[in-house]
Structures are given as C-alpha cells and as structure tokens.
Ligand binder design. Structure first.
Ligand SMILES: [Zn+2]
Ligand SMILES: [Zn+2]
Length: 424
C-alpha cells in the first residue's frame, strides 16, 4: 500500500485510532476505502497487521493479567465496539488506547464518561474516520457528538465497572448466564449497561427481584443448589461488596414458588456440572454417553463445555420416597466404603436396578432416598460385576484400542485381562 502521508503513532494511541488517523490524513472519507473490513477487524482486536513495510500494527497484549478483573464474560480485555473521549479528540487529535479497555468507563485524564453512541440519532458508534472529527459515525446522521450527561456516579474503579458489566449481563441473559465466554469483550450499549448494573448493585429491592426471578425460573423439583447455581457464580465473581451482595449470596433464603412439573434445561459449564453432581470429569462423560446429560454439540467434554443437567433431574423426579427409605446424605459411609458415586446411583435408577425416592433438597445427594438394603446390594453388585462401568472407564488404554482398532476380539481380550486382574 502506497500512502502519501504516514504520521507517527503516539505511544498511547490505539491501533484502530491510528488506522483512522492514517486514513484521514490521506484524504479518505471512510476507513474501509483504505483497509479491507477483515483487516480492520484484526486491527480493532489488537492483532499484528502489516499494511506495508513502513505501516505496521504491532500486537497489543490485552490479557487479563490482574486477578481482580478476571471475568466469566470474556478472556481478553479488548472491547470491540468504540467509545471515545470527545475532549481527548478535540485537544489531542487522536484516540487513546485506554478507551478499548472494557473496564474503562471514563477518560482517565478528563474524567468524562466515554461516548459510545450518538446523542442525536441514538446510533451506536462504529470505528470510522468521523470519530476523529467528533462526529457521529452513522452515514445517515454525521452530526457533532455531544458529551454524555454524567451518571449519578462520578467515577468507578475498573473492578467496580467489571461488577456492573457482570450483573448487567446476568440480567439480560437469565436463560443461560455465564455459559458462553467470548474471547474479546463485545459490549453494545456500554454506558447503559454500566449504569443498569450500578443501579441494581445499589438497590436492595431490584436485587431481591432479580434473585427471586432467577431462583423461581426453575421448578422446585430442582435441588436448591441447581436453581441457584448461576447466582453462586455471579456472587463468586463480584470483586467488590455492594448493597446487593448480601441478597445475592443468601439466595437460598428466597421463597421457591415455582411448583411446575416442567424441568427446564439447565446449561452450566462441565466443571460446574461436575460440582453439582459431585462427580469427577470422566464420570460426566459416562452420563453423557448414556444420554443423562446433554451437550449442544459434540460428545467430547472439556472443562468449559456447556452441559445440560436437566435429564438427570427428569429421571429422578418420577419416584416417591417411602417410609423405609433413607436419604443418601445420611448413608455416606456406605457410599464411601462401596466406592459408589452419584453416577452409579443414577445409572442404576435408569436400569431400574435401584428403587429410589426423590424429594428436592439443598443438593442432589440430600434429594435422593433409598432403602439402605438396596444400597448395600448395589454396592455388592458393583464390586462383583463391575456394573455400569464401561470399558473406557475401567481402563483408559482400552478406549484407545476401541478407537484405533475395530477388532472386537482385542477389546474383549483387554477387558478379560482386566477382569482377571481384579479377580486376583
Ligand atoms: Zn479525555
Ligand atoms: Zn447520529
């Protein structure tokens, strides 16, 4: 690319801001007349881009290094949508790189809220040359941008902004909160989200309403820690103490009034699903193989694969407890001695070799009841017959045989060898 003017980049200038300045100085009206959109997207994300031997964009590292601003929403602290400081533009003529930090809601120099949309047409700003002239980037508008009216809060720390964005995301994604984690921060309507989050975190009534809605989205057939799992994640990820913190933390005190028989899907990351079902990860794979949990696609589980745990609850809710049954949480010694975990119980229920009763409690183990004799029988069966344990679980090496060789003989031979080992 041959350009007449190549200005020097300021040390604190953002890559995309420099690209806009480069285009403006060379007489372009729109950035995409000079750089293809695919490259603009890479520049916005801080990737290394070379336009020619003398126009290089070096990679900007936006890793979330500081522990206090880690968030379940995105991995890298680079925001895709623009927000700008008008005073910086009028006084300095360039766009500072700090505006791309998702936790920066105001200019650190001028202490003014960053502008993310046009006050006249309400259109969200896009990365284009008009921003450097302090004008709206919508081709239908192009009017001069005006400073945003200050919020009731004057200045928030980065970690406070992170909290506001987190709870605002939670409000807007009650169906599946924290299941999707993007690589880059995409936060349309940025200032409104910060404001909404701030209001909720400071208002006990709003917070109670949110917690109530979130818990009662799920039928009371779900154990309480299942219904409150996203509130737990929300609370764990708040970096500051807010008036609402206590309400969110004590969500188990909220009355459950959803008595519906409908078991809605409940997607959580695999590692959270393992916690809810008190299982190691390879046992979750076993439940997936038996259709007792679901994934959106694929059959391989990673720690952050979204897993729907509702099929397990659907399986359990059909059974009523009788007087002879005891809660599993009161028989942990039998479970421990028999090396039984909840996957063994769940699979035995599915195979109808264990009769249980179900009454939702605080967690799964305190929701399942059975006759102690039946549990001991299951323990013996498992010890003698290796019931429910698929080859891949018994011995991981067998899995590779299954995958690499179609020979059933070899699989059986391996299984027999293992069986012999155990008998010895
Ligand atoms: Zn400024
Ligand atoms: Zn406008």
């Amino acid at each position: 690319m041959q350009l007449a003017v190549i200005p020097t980049m300021y040390p604190d200038e953002s890559n995309i801001g420099y690209a806009l300045r480069l285009a403006m100085r060379n007489g372009f009206t729109y950035i995409d007349r000079m750089i293809p959109k695919s490259l603009i997207n890479r520049i916005v994300r801080g990737h290394e881009v070379s336009l020619s031997s003398d126009i290089q964009f070096y990679a900007k590292s936006h890793k979330l290094k500081r522990a206090y601003i880690k968030t379940p929403l995105f991995e890298l602290a680079t925001q895709i949508e623009p927000k700008i400081c008008l005073r910086c533009i009028h006084e300095k003529g360039y766009i500072n790189s700090e505006v791309q930090c998702p936790f920066t809601h105001q200019c650190s120099e001028h202490r003014e809220p960053l502008i993310d949309k046009c006050g006249s047409c309400n259109h969200p700003l896009t990365w284009d040359i008009t921003l450097l002239k302090g004008r709206c980037s919508s081709p239908l508008c192009g009017l001069e941008l005006t400073p945003l009216r200050s919020h009731s809060f004057t200045s928030l720390s980065e970690s406070q902004v992170a909290d506001c964005l987190l709870i605002s995301y939670f409000i807007n994604n009650l169906d599946e909160p924290f299941v999707k984690r993007n690589r880059f921060a995409s936060i349309p309507n940025y200032q409104e989200r910060v404001k909404d989050g701030y209001e909720l975190l400071n208002n006990l009534n709003f917070a109670r309403e949110l917690v109530y809605k979130s818990i009662n989205k799920f039928s009371d057939l779900y154990p309480l820690n299942f219904a409150g799992t996203s509130l737990n994640i929300l609370f764990k990820n708040l970096k500051n103490i807010w008036p609402a913190s206590c309400v969110i933390q004590q969500h188990d005190k909220i009355a459950r009034i959803n008595f519906s028989n409908e078991i809605l899907p409940l997607y959580v990351h695999n590692e959270v699903a393992c916690e809810l079902l008190a299982l190691p990860r390879h046992k979750m794979q076993l439940l997936l193989d038996h259709g007792l949990v679901k994934t959106k696609r694929g059959t391989n589980l990673h720690h952050n694969t979204p897993v729907d745990v509702s099929p397990v609850i659907k399986l359990l809710t059909g059974y009523n407890k009788t007087n002879k049954m005891k809660c599993l949480s009161g028989m942990t010694e039998v479970l421990y001695r028999g090396n039984i975990d909840l996957s063994d119980i769940i699979l035995a229920i599915k195979d109808k070799t264990l009769i249980i009763g179900f009454q939702a409690g605080s967690d799964l183990i305190s929701s399942v009841y059975c006759n102690p004799k039946d549990l001991k029988k299951l323990s013996n069966d498992l010890r003698l017959g290796l019931k429910h344990k698929p080859l891949s679980i018994i011995n991981p090496s067998i899995k590779s045989v299954v995958h690499t060789s179609p020979s059933n003989k070899r699989v059986k031979a391996s299984a027999n060898i293992y069986q012999l080992d155990l008998n010895i």
